[in-house]
Design a protein around this ligand. Structure first.
Ligand code: CP
Ligand code: NVA
Length: 318
């Protein structure tokens, strides 16, 4: 497997939060706040275009090896609102699905468009795309990480509760791709992260070691109550991610990690509940929580749009 943390950056790929500096991550969040204000406070429809059209003449190929609702729509609308163009490509409809290599695909797309957004089955495929593309590549979810999502989550947290620095974030459930990006974010944004995950579905030792090496306040427990106690935010995600095969086993092992009313009552009285969606109501989260007063899931989903714009502009050096 290729090294996740040591990609050379001849231009600005957005591959993982672990590859950003704290300053870069902060710049992307602050820019997203400004773009959101411009897009929402002027009473525009969703089809509006930012006056200065910062991505005029820029184009994005969006390559999907897995399904998507939020990521697809938010990136496509981002390019439109920034004055650029987006093309959606289903990996299975491309020659990629018939065996054309990622390296060749990367070089061909680099001749047609200005950036590639890639939702890949396998993280190594993303790294290969980035290695051979001569244009920026954006990670739109892999089996390893989901950095765009977690940047939207940080934006959402700060909109509701101000700076995330020093705040306690709890994760209860599968130590999956979103959890890994949260581990990276805990270092970038200096927050405390307590992950409650069963042994079988904990983040890898490699990622936990990375957090320790970077002096993060990241801990792993098998007790969801320990994570939730006095937390400022509780987060979970599906127990069966795209590509996971062992559904029955996962549901059985992850059941004690459900985010329900009694777990949320252990958290800070103003705590937030977040979920990247799609949710499996009654599994990882109850209706009481996801539809309840702590939940900010609709803001979180909308913020994918505002953060994508900022990520795109950062990739283009704007
Ligand atoms: N949260 C997220 O990435 O959603 P989609 O799979 O719908 O893009
Ligand atoms: N962990 C989930 C996130 C979906 C947006 C998955 O990979 O399927």
């Amino acid at each position: 497997m290729m090294n996740h943390y040591n990609i050379k950056k001849p231009f600005r790929h957005f591959l993982d939060l672990a590859a950003l500096t704290k300053e870069e991550a902060r710049e992307i969040i602050e820019k997203a706040k400004k773009l959101k204000t411009a897009a929402t406070e002027e009473g525009h429809g969703k089809g509006f275009i930012h006056k200065d059209r910062p991505l005029t003449d820029k184009s994005l190929a969006m390559v999907f090896e897995k399904p998507s609702t939020r990521t697809r729509v938010s990136f496509e609308m981002s390019m439109h609102q920034l004055g650029g163009t987006a093309i959606v490509l289903n990996g299975h409809d491309m020659q990629l699905g018939r065996g054309e290599t990622i390296a060749d695909t990367a070089q061909v797309l680099s001749g047609f468009v200005d950036a590639i957004m890639f939702r890949a089955d396998n993280h190594d495929s993303l790294l290969e795309m980035a290695k051979y593309a001569t244009i920026p590549v954006i990670n739109a979810l892999t089996d390893f990480s989901h950095p765009c999502q977690v940047m939207a989550d940080v934006l959402t947290f700060e909109e509701h509760h101000g700076s995330i620095k020093g705040k306690k974030i709890a994760w209860s459930g599968d130590g999956n791709n979103v959890a890994v990006s949260w581990i990276h974010a805990a270092i970038l944004f200096d927050c405390e992260l307590v992950l409650a995950c069963p042994k079988e579905f904990s983040p890898s030792n490699e990622v936990m070691q990375w957090a320790r090496d970077n002096k993060g306040k990241v801990t792993l427990t098998q007790d969801p109550k320990e994570a939730a106690r006095d937390a400022d935010c509780i987060i979970t995600d599906t127990w069966v991610s795209m590509g996971d095969k062992d559904e029955e086993k996962r549901i059985a092992i992850l059941s004690p990690y459900q985010v329900n009313g009694s777990l949320v009552r252990l958290s800070h009285k103003d705590s937030l509940f977040m979920h990247c969606l799609p949710a499996h109501r009654g599994e990882e989260v109850t209706d009481e929580v996801i539809d309840g007063p702590h939940s900010v899931i609709w803001d979180e989903a909308e913020n994918r749009l505002h953060i994508q714009k900022s990520i795109l502009m950062w990739c283009f050096g704007k």
